[in-house]
Write a protein that binds this ligand. Sequence first.
Ligand code: RET
Length: 286
Amino acid sequence: MLEAIAGDIATLAQFELILEMTQTDVYNEIIDDQLLNLSLWVNIALAGLSILLFVYMGRNVEDPRSQLIFVATLMVPLVSISSYTGLASGLTMSFETMPAGHALAGEEVLSLWGRYLTWALSTPMILLALGLLAGSNITKIFTAITADIGMCVTGLAAALTTSSHGLRWFWYFISCMFFVAVLYVILVEWPEDAEAAGTASIFNTLKLLTVAMWLGYPIVWALGAEGLAVIESVALTSWAYSLLDIVAKYIFAFLLLNWVATNESVIANMPSLSSESTSGAAPTDD
Ligand code: RET
């Protein structure tokens, strides 16, 4: 009897300790986990280098559409350096108690939810740049971007829902449905536009790179501690996202900007962004 009470008190004390965790406590947890900390700082360093490199690469670009591609793409490492600084400082991560039914039910899992939040800012920039490269119209670009923001925000909701295990996965499902809409635009609509705009070759390379990397994110979420907990280590999960980020952001951005800087005239000759001027179709005057 006494043992049971002592056990309860110990559990309660542990519970309160976590509940009372301040930002400094979370920060100290990160400092203690070198593997986790490194997964964040590697990206801060790479984002910083990318910003300098991309500004240098864009110094002579004069065509307005190419400039817009540069600005949108430059936003990716700018958001990234802010996102990773938020994580490394403990500002945008917290311990979440997993609900009943979860593999780690009742346990505190460190959620790096700042990632999902800032993806809602960085991924639209990637899609804007890709859509502009494909010579697509405003309707398709708007569709891809809004579905993408929906995907990120509902992914954030999945990570932060601690009341019900079923609802965590329901959020995940909604997020996946938004993702399907994004994939449809990238894989079906934009390749046709890129063909007509004369950018098919570079677009198809970036399309494959994007789709292959982006598919990795929901897989990591599902396997990580927040999902099925097949990978229980938060540091390993963070490394998986960090490695995906390196390819999906910095390598993607470099390939795109390098092409735009040397093929500015192709971009300059594209039709305007308005919905009517797609697929190279000549406007009718009836
Ligand atoms: C989540 C979980 C819920 C289901 C789905 C997801 C997809 C995330 C993706 C993220 C891409 C991020 C990139 C960031 C670069 O800055 C939210 C993980 C579908 C596709 C490219």
